[in-house]
Structure formats: C-alpha cells, structure tokens
Design a protein around this ligand. Structure first.
Ligand SMILES: NC(=O)c1ccc[n+]([C@@H]2O[C@H](COP(=O)([O-])OP(=O)(O)OC[C@H]3O[C@@H](n4cnc5c(N)ncnc54)[C@H](O)[C@@H]3O)[C@@H](O)[C@H]2O)c1
Length: 339
C-alpha cells in the first residue's frame, strides 16, 4: 500500500509518522506548497521516498493507492476532488470541507469511483471515546439525557476558520458517535474579540427530537486549558477529562429517580437522589491516530466501511454550517434538514 501525505504543517507530520509505523504501508510522498517545510522530512522520516511541492505528481503516479489531506480547510475540497477523480482512496482532515454542498459532492464522487472516503475525526479512535461508546451501547449509561462539553484554552488563532470550525468538530464527532439519535437543529452564539469576523469564543447547542440535549463551549481565549465532556444518563453519568493522564473516564452511579408522592401529596412527585460508587475503567492507550490509520488501510484492503466515513463527515459539516448560520442570525435555531 503506497500512501501520500499532503500538507506538512502542524498535523501532517503525525500522519506521516503513523502511516510509516504501519506494516505493509509505504509513505511514498510528502507534499507541501512550502518547500522549507519539506526540508525537515528526510531527516525525520528517511523512509519517505519523495518530497514534492507538485500535487499533480502524486495524482499522476499509478503506484499511489491512497492520499491523506492535512492542509487548511479551505483547500480540502479541491484537493480531495482531484484525488478521487484520479482514483485514489482518501483520508481528509477534519472538518471534511467548508460547505455542506462540497462535502456531499465528495461522498457522491467516492461512491461513483468506488473509493474509500474517510474523515480524520481522531477522537473517535481514542481508547476513552471507544470505552464511552462501549458503555452506552451496552446500555450501562441508560437513556442519554445530555452531553455537555467544554473545550477551551489559549488557542492558536486560525487564519481561515473560527473557533467553532476549529474545535467543535472534535466534540460534535464524539457526540454523533456516542448518541445513536438524529440531531434536529442547532443554535449558536459567538463573538470575535481579536480578528474581524472570526469568532474566538462560542456556545453551541444541539437539539434532538426528544429531550436529549447537547451543549458545547469553545474558546481560544481562556487562561486555562479544559477538555471535559459530561454525559448524563438515566442509569449512570460519565465524565471524560482529557487532561487527566490515567483516569480520563470516570463513571458515576449518580442520578435522580422520581416516585409518585403519597396519597396526601397526590399531585407531588418525590425526587430521590442516588449517589453511589464511581469507577475509572481501564482504557486502551494506543495512539488514536495509529488506530485510525490502521483502520483506514483495513477499510481499503478488506472493503470495510470506515467509522468516520464521508457520510459521517457530512453530518459534522452540517452542524458546523448550521452553527455558523445561527451565529449570523443571533442564535436562531437552524434546522439541519434545511441545509
Ligand atoms: N485531527 C486532529 O486532531 C487535527 C489536529 C490539528 C489539525 N487538524 C486539521 O489538519 C488540517 C491542517 O491543519 P494544521 O494545523 O496542520 O495546519 P498548518 O497550517 O499548520 O499546515 C498546513 C500545511 O499545508 C500546506 N498547504 C496549504 N495548501 C496546500 C496545498 N494546496 N498543497 C499542499 N500543501 C498545502 C501549508 O504550506 C502548511 O504547511 C486542518 O484541516 C486541521 O483542521 C486536525
């Protein structure tokens, strides 16, 4: 299997490293428009055969089976469309593209060309998120009432996307993976303090058909780094603190139960609190990107559908686009089926 990685900035080297580690996979090309970035490739990854600034060279090479795109979001569509047209399997960085139309177009094209299309939603491949998914699917958490996420730090201000497009793909992808229900609408508010038009703080809410409720807080201007997700269920509650080294996931046997009141209090309902034990399950410590790169190759070789396939990527882009539209309309609820 011969792979090319396009975009060798912050994230690209992680893809090169993880693909290089995989048995049976050869990173034939690393491509970046900036020649100076490529100068570092050969010392770090002597296994990489060719570095190039010419993307077309990769498209024209029949030996290349798959391409991983790790360039800024606004270039994803153009590079991805060309890769699929050239018959290459494709792994695109999150978020898949910057519009719903272009994301849908890539899904269609991948089907037409019978190629694997996967989006790098790295968190889905972490031991922590896989454990949460396992607990939810096994019915251990019960009915999910809410999903509450905080992702804030003194973040790197991006040039082309706001804090929602940069950070929310992580939390939205975790929510979509864990909650097996279709979200209906999105509302968001956000403000830009530093760069005109690019919000650096935002609050996003996702509504479902029932009372399941998800809320996200993203901020590039926070003095402290918080990466925490709380999932409240009817049976158990989960706290996922990604800043923890060992006990990232804690499962609490906490909740409330309502019981009808006595005859004297016929119309009242008694709320009974349950605060039982807490435990921290053991997690798989394998680097998420390694698991993900292996999964991508397996999908190509064995014809498996990727966990974060093109359709999954479209769902995330839809919620991001809805959030953007909502911000522009002062937090108006935007229905996802209107996009
Ligand atoms: N999965 C994750 O956890 C994760 C983490 C960080 C970034 N990302 C994603 O990775 C992508 C890249 O982010 P980054 O932080 O590495 O950006 P970056 O700006 O650090 O690097 C992007 C690189 O792409 C190169 N480039 C731009 N256009 C190109 C083109 N047309 N052809 C070839 N090279 C080109 C640039 O020269 C630059 O070196 C984004 O989509 C981002 O959202 C994902």
């Amino acid at each position: 299997m011969k792979v090319a990685v396009v975009g060798y900035g912050y994230w690209g080297p992680n893809l090169v490293r993880n693909f290089s580690w995989l048995e049976g996979v050869d990173v034939k090309y690393v491509c970046d428009l900036d020649r100076s970035r490529l100068d570092k490739v050969s010392s770090l990854f002597p296994n990489v055969s060719i570095t190039t600034t010419e993307y077309q060279q990769i498209l024209d090479d029949p030996e290349v089976d798959a391409i991983a795109i790790a360039t800024p979001v606004n270039s994803h569509f153009q590079l991805s469309e060309a890769a699929l047209q050239a018959g290459k399997h494709l792994l695109i960085e999150k978020p898949m593209t910057d519009t719903v139309e272009s994301a849908n177009r890539l899904v269609e094209l991948a089907k037409e060309k019978d190629r694997v299309l996967m989006v790098d939603h790295t968190f889905l491949y972490t031991g922590a998120v896989r454990k949460i998914k396992e607990l939810v699917d096994a019915g251990k958490i019960g009915e999910i009432y809410y999903f509450d996420s905080v992702r804030v730090n003194l973040g790197l201000f991006q040039n082309d996307v706001n804090v929602i497009w940069d950070l929310a793909p992580h939390d939205l992808s975790i929510m979509t993976y864990v909650i097996d229900k279709k979200p209906v609408s999105v509302s968001a508010v956000g403000v830009s303090h530093v760069k005109d038009g690019l919000e650096n703080i935002a609050y996003l809410t996702v509504f479902y058909e029932d009372t399941t409720f998800a809320h996200f807080h993203m901020n590039w201007l926070s003095p402290i780094k918080v990466r925490q997700i709380m999932i409240g269920g009817s049976k158990k509650m989960v706290v996922y603190n990604d800043m923890e080294n060992t006990e990232k996931i804690k499962v609490y046997d906490s909740g409330v139960e309502t019981k009808p009141g006595s005859k004297d209090e016929l119309y009242q309902t008694l709320v009974q609190y349950r605060t039982g034990d807490m435990y921290a399950p053991k997690l798989d410590q394998t680097e998420a990107l390694r698991t993900e790169c292996r999964h991508f190759i397996d999908c190509i070789v064995k014809g498996i559908r990727p966990i974060s396939d093109g359709e999954f990527g479209v769902q995330i882009v839809k919620m991001l686009a809805a959030a953007q539209a909502s911000i522009e309309q002062q937090g108006k609820k935007i229905r996802l089926d209107s996009l």
